[in-house]
Design a protein around this ligand. Structure first.
Ligand SMILES: C[S@@+](CC[C@H](N)C(=O)[O-])C[C@H]1O[C@@H](n2cnc3c(N)ncnc32)[C@H](O)[C@@H]1O
Length: 272
């Protein structure tokens, strides 16, 4: 197969607070996965490989999740409903990871279940999906399906409507303002299997009080949820659980550009 070419982003300066030049620590689940899932045999080899691929990802889009190595903070397994998700995937149910970036959480699922053909990753950046194969060295073995597109496209995953059992949103919903989040919710409702038990779960920046905020790094108007506002977003007909959790991070404290030392995330799950 020809080597993929990547479209560089117009603004990739590293003189920003959300670029951490070196990788000091690997979260334990991430280290375990790289050492057992890839051909890399030592922690130093893993770190050098990650740094090289991270540089390519930064040229594609200088997101904080790339600059601060947050793509190494696998998050899906921290969800309180992760054991149930593993069982459902082993039983053949379909999972969509929307805004999957390098597909890191899909690799975690594939690693933990030993199955990947019923996994779908979607992202607006085609290059991230390609780089994921390079990062995890699994182009020949991973059977997950990857789709390039925006959730706001009218024909986004049109052939999958009404067929997806489980949708995961890792640090995705909070990227958008409330009006756009309402559009996302209606698109997700169309994609889900129309039966009780279909589930959307995810994580986002923790907030005790929900409300709009401006993300300097992206220049975007976003909206952070509290337990109250996430319930309001989904409305009637959905059972909503939301809770704060601590997590192990690959981001250095000193490079923590939001001044947030709590390392907390809100994990939520919504069931039809
Ligand atoms: C903050 S990153 C989160 C990545 C990963 N899910 C995680 O938990 O770390 C957001 C991802 O959403 C993707 N994205 C942004 N807008 C999108 C859209 N409209 N449709 C699909 N993906 C989008 C970005 O390219 C990026 O990979």
């Amino acid at each position: 197969m020809a080597t993929p070419t990547y479209q560089p982003h117009a603004q990739t300066s590293k003189a920003v607070a959300w670029y951490q030049p070196t990788l000091i620590q690997l979260p334990t689940p991430t280290k375990d996965l790289f050492l057992r899932y890839t051909d890399l045999k030592t922690e130093d080899a893993v770190k050098a490989h990650i740094l090289a691929v991270r540089e390519k990802a930064w040229q594609i889009h200088p997101y904080p999740c790339i600059g601060l190595f947050k793509f190494l903070n696998f998050s899906i397994h921290l969800s309180p409903i992760y054991p149930e998700i593993l069982n459902r995937i082993r039983a053949g149910q379909t999972l969509l990871d929307l805004g999957c970036c390098l597909g890191q959480d899909l690799r975690k699922l594939a690693f933990d279940t030993g199955t990947s053909s019923n996994l779908i990753g979607a992202d607006i950046e085609a290059s991230f999906l390609q780089l994921g194969y390079e990062l995890f060295q699994d182009r020949a073995s991973l059977q997950a399906h990857f789709v390039t597109g925006s959730i706001f496209d009218e024909d986004f995953l049109a052939t999958r409507k009404g067929s997806i059992d489980i949708i995961y949103l890792g640090s995705f919903l909070h990227l958008f303002n409330l009006a756009k989040q309402r559009v996302i919710v209606s698109r997700l409702e169309e994609l889900l299997v129309p039966r009780a038990g279909s589930v959307v779960f995810g994580r986002h920046i923790a907030a005790l009080e929900g409300g709009p905020f401006f993300m300097e790094s992206l220049g975007w108007d976003m909206f952070r949820h509290s337990e109250v506002t996430i319930r309001e977003l989904w409305g009637a007909g959905w059972e909503v659980h939301s809770q704060l959790e601590e997590y192990e991070s690959a981001t250095q404290e000193s490079g923590n550009w939001q001044g947030d030392t709590t390392k907390q995330m809100t994990f939520w799950a919504i069931r039809r």
